[in-house]
Design a protein around this ligand. Structure first.
Ligand code: HEC
Ligand code: HEC
Length: 383
């Protein structure tokens, strides 16, 4: 695989960088400075789930297979389309047919590095995330048993599951194979990574000025820090509402379904004119309106931005921060956001630096889904 060769090639550089980072972090802890930005290390892979060719191939086929949705019409790749930054290109996601989603479809590039998934960190493993994606009413809307029976009827899957897991297709193994494929969707070759690995020519002057702003005057580093450019904490920035939510009854239905599915009573959500964020995941009022700091790599390709896709360009995002963020009706807005007083040149430099977090676009062909087979009765499974 292209990635493993690349990772092997830079593992030495990454190792020495990791060591120097540990020292930096130690110093940083004393004066409470955030961890410094860093090049992306190798992707974490569980020891019992090695990225063998068959496992990744199985995950790849499943990722592109629309059989993993209730009406067999959409796959993971329809909302995480390689041609659309591995998101779906919309401000708010398209949703399962007959619904529309209430949030922006995140890129899955580099998502294998995260500690928790979704805009509010509500999934604790990649496998649990895939389960939510397949079964959730707004995404896959498919029952696990039906998923499993479909997979068992496809000779190519039966063969691959046997080779990888030594058993017939099962829903849980499908989740694990999808996670394995996601661990190969990595973009670690951005100019920023090259710069941090020692190629000082990888960033131009504007990007270097932008980096200094990011770490200084603009203070992005307090939340976007470390190798992923995120602290993976949750904040309310006062991101404005998306008019699509106010104007489309289907979006409102989507939010209410999501609240009820978490056991909220009607009086807890009926008054909400916007996404209550992490409150849905924790039921803690202190979390209302808060969203996870997203990683910043690959953002050149993953517009629109924020949990509700309300900004279409990085320039709009920088303007938003320059103004100190937005209005907040919840009373939970972070005090880490202040008007920045950036000049136009400084804003352009900051955008140039943000662009340096993205390297080559990661385009892959859609996988062709393997066909169903017909069992010969009364013998049962015979592929
Ligand atoms: C109908 C569109 C849709 C489909 C189908 C879909 N997703 Fe998503 N995906 C989304 C949306 C929207 C979010 C963000 C939702 C949220 O935060 O509540 C998301 C979030 C994610 C994330 C979290 C990324 C992060 O940064 O935390 C991953 C990983 C992911 N999806 C993988 C998958 C996989 C794997 C499948 C197929 C099994 C899939 N998705 C199917 C729309 C979709
Ligand atoms: C207080 C923490 C915090 C600070 C400071 C901060 N961010 Fe963010 N950033 C976030 C959070 C949280 C989100 C997601 C907000 C949401 O969706 O409601 C975000 C979203 C973004 C996004 C959109 C990414 C995507 O995938 O949609 C970009 C780009 C971004 N920030 C850049 C910056 C820049 C540039 C700065 C400095 C000017 C900055 N951030 C300062 C926490 C922060």
């Amino acid at each position: 695989m292209r990635k493993s060769t690349l990772l092997a090639a830079c593992s030495v550089a990454v190792l020495s960088l990791a060591l120097s980072l540990m020292i930096d972090k130690g110093e940083a802890a004393s004066d409470d400075a955030p961890p410094p930005l860093a090049a992306l290390p190798p992707v974490p892979v569980p020891a019992d789930q090695p990225l063998t060719e068959d496992r990744v191939e199985l995950g790849r086929l499943l990722f592109f297979d629309s059989r993993l949705s209730g009406d067999a019409s959409i796959s993971c790749a329809d909302c995480h389309d390689p041609k659309k930054g591995w998101g779906d290109g919309g401000d708010l996601s398209r949703g399962y047919p007959g619904t529309v989603h209430w949030r922006n479809s995140q890129t899955i590039v580099n998502s294998a590095y995260l500690d928790a998934w979704f805009w509010t960190s509500s999934a604790a493993t990649l496998e649990k995330q895939a389960h939510s994606a397949i079964t959730g009413a707004l995404a896959g809307n498919l029952k696990p048993v039906l998923a499993e029976e479909r997979l068992k009827q496809v000779p190519v899957y039966v063969d691959l599951f046997r080779r990888v897991y030594g058993e017939a297709p099962s829903y849980d193994r499908a989740l694990s194979a999808i996670a394995a494929y996601e661990r190969t969707i990595v973009a670690d070759d951005a100019p920023f990574d090259k710069y941090m690995r020692g190629d000082k020519s990888a960033l131009n002057d504007a990007q270097l000025r932008g980096k200094a702003l990011f770490e200084g005057k603009a203070n992005c580093i307090v939340c976007h820090n470390g190798a992923l450019a995120t602290d993976q904490e949750h904040y309310n920035l006062g991101v404005p509402t998306n008019p699509a939510f106010e104007e489309d009854p289907q979006r409102q239905i989507a939010m209410r379904e999501r609240m009820r599915s978490k056991g909220f009573e009607e009086q807890d959500y009926i008054h909400l004119d916007r996404d209550p964020g992490r409150y849905r995941a924790t039921k803690d009022k202190a979390d209302i309106g808060k969203f996870r700091t997203p990683p910043l790599r690959y953002t050149l390709y993953s517009a629109p931005y924020m949990h509700n896709g309300v900004f279409f360009t990085l320039e709009e995002v920088v303007d938003f921060y320059d103004e100190g963020g937005g209005e907040d009706p919840f009373g939970t807005k972070t005090d880490k956001m202040k008007p920045l007083g950036l000049t136009d040149d400084e804003k352009a430099d900051l955008v140039a630096f943000l662009e340096s977090f993205s390297g080559e676009e990661l385009i892959v062909e859609r996988a062709k889904s393997p066909p169903y087979g017909l069992l010969k009765f009364p013998m049962g499974n015979q592929w």
